[in-house]
Design a protein around this ligand. Structure first.
Ligand code: PXP
Length: 243
């Protein structure tokens, strides 16, 4: 079964925002990723606009040849933007102002009514909702209750494991959660903290449809270029699936 690669280009915008220059261009970056094997382009419009700007979302929507996966908090402001832009997918994430990156999965179970409302509103606008959650059956059940068609399993704890034993525990948790969600009819994606070193074991989980990877690809692109950094990762995903 094929596996798709979503490239998160937030940190191209981080570099641009560091100097307030018009470059590097997100449109050009997205085009290079798409031409190098990316199956979708992911971007996170944060409430503090630290990297991706509203105009980026507009511009990219017009020129992407694959599809847009817009990550956002489940706020009224973001919902308004998403329904205006109409990305193919919207991934709901928790957001804290001071965090360096998304730190954990969304607690869907504690806000079922609100998340259900957001999923319904997005689905009415032909946008598929993905819920970024920890590898936890309780949260998966909650995602089903909200009517989300997709979940993205948070792989950050796996990526941050400091011992081989911890790594195996986290991998097993992810693998069990993926199978559980897949059997409930959800599309299962995963991502966060994935690198050329740790992605293979995750990509070998056959129920995973898409991996969203950003920081390691953009970091590696400094040395090998964005096209190679993207195609290397795509190649790794294919090999993990015996393709
Ligand atoms: N998936 C989600 C929901 C995220 O928030 C992020 C980070 O923006 C990623 C995937 C990609 O994580 P990384 O940049 O560590 O590859």
């Amino acid at each position: 079964m094929s596996i798709f690669l979503g490239v998160n280009i937030d940190h191209i915008a981080t570099l641009r925002q560091a100097r307030g220059t018009p470059y590097p261009s997100l449109v050009e970056a997205a085009r290079i990723c798409e031409n190098s094997g990316a199956d979708s382009i992911t971007l996170h419009l944060r409430e503090d606009r630290r990297h991706i700007q509203d105009q980026d979302v507009e511009e990219l929507k017009h020129c992407l040849e694959t599809k847009m996966n817009l990550e956002m908090a489940a706020t009224d402001e973001m919902l308004k933007i998403a329904t205006h832009i109409s990305p193919e997918d919207c991934c709901l994430v928790p957001e804290k102002r001071q965090e360096l990156t998304t730190e954990g999965g969304l607690d869907v179970a504690s806000q079922i009514n609100r998340i259900k409302e957001v999923c319904t509103e997005l689905s009415t606008n032909n946008i598929k909702t993905s819920l970024f959650i920890d590898a936890d059956k309780y949260q998966i059940d909650a995602a089903v209750e909200c009517g989300a068609p997709i979940i993205e399993i948070h792989t950050g704890h796996y990526a941050n494991a400091s011992t081989a034993a911890e790594l195996n525990i986290e991998l097993e948790k992810i693998s069990d959660a993926c199978e559980y969600a897949h059997n409930l009819g959800l599309q299962v994606n995963a991502g966060h903290g994935l690198t050329l070193e740790n992605t293979r074991a995750i990509a070998e989980i056959s129920s995973i449809v898409e991996l969203n990877i950003g920081h390691s690809i953009i970091a590696r692109s400094l040395f090998v270029g964005l096209a190679s950094a993207t195609s290397e990762m795509k190649q790794l995903l294919k090999e993990a699936r015996g393709l």
